[in-house]
Design a protein around this ligand. Structure first.
Ligand code: URA
Length: 209
């Protein structure tokens, strides 16, 4: 069974509080989401494998380490997931970026994929599906299924805020997936918003309403 990791680094928690604040405007909100995504990925990648190399310094030769293996793949779920990508790329500029677009069928209420463009060789990469809000879990479950169908092995899910309902849905459909969150909130309201949450992440990122 995958694990649920709540990343409680003080900087992540401090910035998340600013993100939640309804008085935080679009520009600051966007910057903070990028910063939290960067800090989260810093924590999550703690166990990446390393390999030994030698490097010439100005005064000698050092045996040193670099990250081994294929570059990571980040897969934001459109549209709010886009708000986390630049922050991750600041730290891991070589990461490949895929995109998944989902809409909810008005009749079945199930997520339907309308766009999917993913990096090659997904089976050899560490794949991170990113979306700020883990609410019902419908889109996360569908996005994880989409990357697995295209080869991803044990992808990870990274969100800012989740609720128990969403976590349970992901665990039920993808028991192998580790979930990384900055906070687990109380519940979903009748409109599908996380309470207390931070509102509509996409609207707050892009200044729409
Ligand atoms: N999506 C959001 O943007 N906010 C929520 O609270 C739930 C889903």
């Amino acid at each position: 069974m995958g694990h649920v990791h709540v990343l409680d680094h003080p900087l992540i928690q401090h910035k998340l509080t600013l993100i939640r604040d309804k008085n935080t405007g679009t520009k600051e909100f966007r910057a903070l989401v990028q910063e939290v995504a960067m800090l989260m990925v810093y924590e999550i990648t703690r166990d990446l494998p390393l390999k030994e190399v030698t490097v010439e310094t100005p005064v000698g030769v050092a045996s040193a380490k670099v990250i081994a293996g294929k570059t990571l793949a980040i897969v934001p779920v459109l549209r709010a997931g886009l708000g986390m990508v630049e922050g991750i790329l600041n730290l891991i500029p070589g990461a490949k970026v895929g995109h998944i677009g989902l809409y909810r069928d008005p009749e079945t209420l199930m997520p339907v994929e309308y766009y999917c463009k993913l990096p090659a060789h997904l089976e050899e990469r560490d794949v991170y599906v990113v979306d700020p809000m883990l609410a019902t879990g419908g889109s996360a479950v569908a996005a994880l299924r989409a990357v697995k169908e295209r080869g991803a092995q044990r992808p990870k899910l990274m969100c800012l805020v989740g609720v128990p309902e969403g976590i349970r849905a992901v665990q039920e459909h993808h028991p192998d997936v580790d979930i990384y969150l900055a906070a687990v909130d109380d519940h979903l309201n009748d409109h599908g918003y996380i309470v207390p949450g931070l509102g509509d992440a996409g609207d707050r990122l892009f200044g729409t309403k």
